[in-house]
Design a binder for this molecule. Structure first.
Ligand code: GTP
Ligand code: MG
Length: 274
């Protein structure tokens, strides 16, 4: 598809998360600071700083990790914005477990591309509290569960003996900390871990079904494949993902609103990984 573009060989960071988390707003901000658009596959091209409509297709921008004006030191990477709508989430999961365009089957381990260097999973911290009137916790956690499970499956599928695929760390970007209802990063972590634990129990009992599952994407399903993290553990904790070489970190920030903590923490994380 985009193989004609030279930028497709660049290391990339996947930007995922539920609708309205602020993904496109972040992409727009990064682009203004350090980037240029390379692939515009979207019909809803980004028009200005206050992007308020829902994304329907992935958009990539090419960014420079180095902030020095010395051209030699420029380190280019792609930031890939994906839609958060439940029906379109398979686009981001496909980046992690890609399909062979010819056969439609999962790519064999030796063909799997390795250029994704990290995933930024953005959530709206201002609506994440379970007591919030329109709590986004369940939506966010359902998506995060599927994403982490896809990474867990990638680890097992693409491991050969003691040789494992290049790690893809996850940054949970707790956004909108400029708003007074926002939970701090520590609480965002706690609420997500608790909710992921509940989803894990429900799914193991076959009670709950999510919108788009990774097995819808790959067409493959194995018995007992849906358990995230340490098997049989009581509580889910992000550190359980280390067993699959997946580092998960939660960092707070804000894309808009001068009062907030800004995007520096996320930018630093991204720059270290590309
Ligand atoms: P989808 O494309 O539907 O997946 O959503 P998205 O994650 O791309 O969200 P988008 O960037 O379109 O932002 C949704 C709304 O949140 C917009 O109105 C943004 O202006 C607003 N927003 C984004 N970041 C912040 C923030 O840090 N603080 C506040 N107060 N609002 C924000
Ligand atoms: Mg968007």
């Amino acid at each position: 598809d985009s193989s004609s573009s030279s930028s497709s060989s660049l290391p990339s960071i996947l930007l995922a998360g539920p609708s309205s988390a602020g993904k496109t707003a972040l992409l727009t901000l990064f682009e203004k600071r350090a980037g240029r658009r390379t692939t515009t596959t979207a019909t809803d091209a980004i028009a200005g700083p206050s992007q308020t409509h829902t994304s329907q297709t992935p958009v990539s921008v090419e960014l420079n990790a180095a902030q020095s004006s010395d051209e030699d030191k420029l380190k280019k990477f792609l930031l890939v914005d994906t839609p958060g709508h439940p029906k379109l989430r398979s686009t981001s999961l496909r980046h992690i477990l890609p399909l062979d365009p010819k056969t439609g089957k999962p790519l064999p381990p030796n063909k799997a591309p390795n250029k994704i260097k990290g995933v930024v999973f953005m959530v709206d911290a201002s609506t994440l509290a379970p007591s919030s009137p329109d709590s986004s916790l369940s939506q966010a956690a359902t998506y995060l569960y599927d994403l982490l499970l896809a990474l867990q499956h990638r680890y097992s599928r693409y491991s050969k003996g003691s040789k494992h695929p290049p790690t893809i760390p996850v940054l949970i970007a707790a956004n909108k900390l400029d708003l007074f209802t926002a939970l701090p990063a520590t609480l965002v972590k706690k609420e997500l871990e608790a909710e992921l634990g509940r989803i894990r129990v429900s799914r193991s009992k076959g009670l709950l079904d999510s919108g788009v599952r990774e097995d819808d994407v790959t067409g493959e399903k194995e018995e007992g494949d849906d358990w995230l993290g340490e098997y049989g553990s009581d509580r889910f904790e992000f550190k359980q993902m280390l067993e699959f070489d997946i580092e998960v970190e939660v960092v707070g920030g804000s894309v808009v609103g001068g009062e907030g903590p800004g995007v520096e923490g996320w930018w630093k994380w991204v720059v270290q990984r590309v």
